[in-house]
Write a protein of this length. Structure first.
Length: 655
């Protein structure tokens, strides 16, 4: 379109004219002589400006004529009297024309000819050519804007449909959509075991009052389903408030019951966004299972997009009852009896817990009369000392490389996965995918991506280790007697995951250790499984010496290569916990293009949550992650960001 420069310089001309008048006025009061010198030039400038503005008005008339020719007389009249607001812009986004409806409802008292389109919407004009239109909020109202273009004249025509009422109705619909919440008291029987009825009533009264006050702030309803389970239905608007407060009811109940001498925690499962109440209730059940599987004392929100977690700051309470263990042991015995052979595997780069529990599980299957094999990559294992010990005892044929395990799979093969429940980190994913019957035995906090087709999913986040769980199962299987070699492997696994009975060691942990000791486990032999070479010790010391502290977290980088870095790094992380005022430790090291992070804590910091922010997982006191295509410095920055997010969220929650 010709003379477009007039549009571009108009605002500059007006500004220059205004500044000239202002300067001249100032000179009139400060220096009459300067005023009379400058005044003629200012008059000439103003005259030139007036001429340009007149030319600008002529340009508008030219544009109007062009529009009339483009639309035609009848179409122009139709657009002007069109019942919807209509606006025309040039290719540069300048408003050239609009009809009476646009003037009434959008322009109102303003003259918007010459305005730039981005004063109405920041989105490119080309996006408005979509048949579905684009929503625009302008001057307190919402419009669905549809656009058309005339390429030969570089013109855009926009039609505005007022959807303010529809938007308000849709927003109210979303905010009033019901969400289902299932609330459960963690380990009710264990907490109140041996307590007087009066003490129980007092504690339960405190819990009921807290829950009633929490849900009383909503317009939903809250009902008790059983002695330890509750149901609530709330609207989406109130669920958003709960999420914003990070479900402060978790802290409220924990602190109030602690004042009464008994610490009670809650697990909350929320189902949101379901198309029906039935679907939302199903989401809530899945979310509650996930919250319990991650150790309790937290809320899990399940939507069609996945899970979100809030809380999880406490260690949880150990379950002392072994009823579930007896049931699982009986069911596992039946599946082993019905199978042709048993394959056992743990996670990649297996440690003493993974390998110790795998060996014990394979030996249990053999004592029950079944052929059993352990799938392991010796070159990528952190418990080679235990494998070598079993091989020296004549069990060499028990271990099978993942590439050779496919030949052992039959339709009646039972696969037992220990010390992990994620299909992404098992030793041989191909074997898992081919086996129809899968048993999972794990103690890590439940991850979103878990093995969901297991015939037995024995998951106990309160257990110290998979070795502890296998030890208990063995005691309830008739005809199974653990021998000294496998007992020592299990004891080594327990000692590894509890840091020599310091972390996560409960009553059942010591009972399992006592049983293994009674089965011939020699503590001296077990201790030798943890022995390091002098090179490994020096490498660990080198990592520790390079550590720095950040917000009470010790961070060290293993910026050198060594064959046993996967063993040295976790040991260095454990060593860093011995430094005063350190609540958590992290060691980073590189393998190829991947940065590995090993995290440890004594319980004050949940390293699992921090590692999950980086795509990893684990336990509250022991977790790890792998960052693909990331160097050490980038991995360090990602780690610092995750630590900040975690600690800041805890600070916001307290405030």
């Amino acid at each position: 379109m010709k003379n477009k420069s007039i549009w571009k310089i108009r605002n500059y001309i007006i500004i220059i004219m205004a500044l000239s008048v202002l300067v001249t006025g100032i000179l009139f009061f400060q220096s009459k002589q300067a005023f009379f010198i400058v005044a003629p030039f200012v008059l000439l400038l103003l005259a030139a400006g007036v001429v340009i503005l007149v030319q600008f008005r002529r340009e508008i008339r030219t544009l109007m004529l062009l529009l009339s020719k483009e639309f035609g007389t009848s179409r122009s009249k139709v657009l002007y009297e069109f019942p919807m607001p209509v606006m025309v812009c040039d290719v540069d986004g300048r408003i050239l024309w609009y009809n009476n409806q646009f003037q009434t409802f959008l322009a109102k008292q303003d003259e918007m000819i010459g305005w730039e389109f981005n004063r109405i919407s920041e989105r490119p004009m080309e996006e408005f050519l979509s048949p579905s239109g684009v929503q625009v909020d302008f001057r307190g109202k919402s419009y669905c804007v549809y656009g058309t273009s005339v390429e030969e004249h570089d013109l855009y025509t926009f039609y505005f449909s007022d959807i303010t009422t529809l938007t308000a109705i849709a927003e109210e619909y979303e905010l009033s959509h019901p969400s289902v919440m299932l609330v459960m008291l963690d380990n009710y029987d264990e907490v109140f075991e041996g307590k007087k009825e009066s003490a129980k009533s007092t504690i339960l009264g405190v819990i009921d009052e807290s829950l009633e006050a929490f849900f009383g702030e909503t317009n939903g309803f809250f009902r008790r389903l059983s002695h330890d389970r509750f149901l609530a239905v709330v609207e989406q608007r109130h669920l958003e408030q709960m999420i914003e407060s990070r479900f402060h009811i978790l802290d409220t109940v924990r602190e109030k019951t602690k004042e009464k001498g008994i610490t009670v925690t809650l697990s909350i499962g929320v189902g949101a966004g379901g198309t029906t109440l039935y679907e939302s209730e199903s989401f809530a059940s899945q979310a509650l299972d996930m919250a319990l599987g991650r150790g309790g004392d937290q809320a899990a929100v399940k939507t069609v997009n996945g899970f979100d977690f809030y809380g999880g700051v406490s260690q949880g309470i150990e379950k002392r009852t072994k009823v579930k263990t007896r049931v699982i042991a009986t069911a596992l015995r039946e599946f082993i009896d019905q199978s042709e052979r048993v394959l056992v595997m743990g996670h990649r780069f297996g440690d003493l817990d993974s390998m110790g529990s795998s060996i014990a599980m394979a030996k249990i299957a053999r004592q029950l009369g079944k052929k059993s094999y352990i799938i392991v990559d010796y070159k990528k294992n952190l418990a080679t000392a235990l494998i070598d010990k079993m091989t020296a005892n004549g069990e060499e044929g028990m271990f099978v490389h993942p590439s050779d395990a496919g030949d052992l799979i039959t339709p009646n093969t039972l696969l037992v996965v220990v010390d992990t429940h994620s299909p992404d980190v098992v030793e041989a994913p191909g074997v898992y995918e081919r086996c129809k019957n899968v048993v999972v035995i794990d103690h890590h906090r439940k991850m979103v991506n878990y093995i969901d087709n297991a015939v037995i999913f024995y998951h106990e986040p309160y257990a110290s280790s998979a070795s502890e769980m296998i030890t208990e199962l063995a005691q309830y299987m008739n005809g199974v007697v653990l021998q000294a070699p496998e007992a020592e492997g299990l004891l080594a696994g327990i000692m590894l995951d509890t840091k020599n009975f310091v972390l996560r060691a409960g009553v059942r942990t010591f009972e399992a250790a006592a049983y293994l000791k009674g089965r011939g486990a020699d503590t001296v032999s077990v201790r030798k499984l943890f022995s390091n070479t002098i090179d490994s010790y020096q490498q660990k010391t080198r990592i520790v010496s390079n550590a720095e502290t950040y917000r009470n977290c010790a961070i060290a980088m293993g910026d050198f290569q060594c064959d046993d870095m996967r063993v040295v790094a976790p040991q260095a992380a454990d060593e860093l916990l011995g430094i005063s005022d350190v609540d958590a430790s992290f060691v980073l090291y590189q393998t190829g293009t991947t940065t590995n992070i090993s995290g440890r804590s004594l319980g004050a910091v949940n390293v699992q949550v921090i590692m999950e922010k980086l795509g990893g997982g684990g336990h509250q006191t022991m977790a790890a992650c792998q960052l693909e295509n990331t160097n050490l410095e980038q991995g360090r920055q990602h780690l610092l960001d995750a630590i900040d997010q975690y600690l800041n969220s805890r600070t916001d929650k307290k405030s």
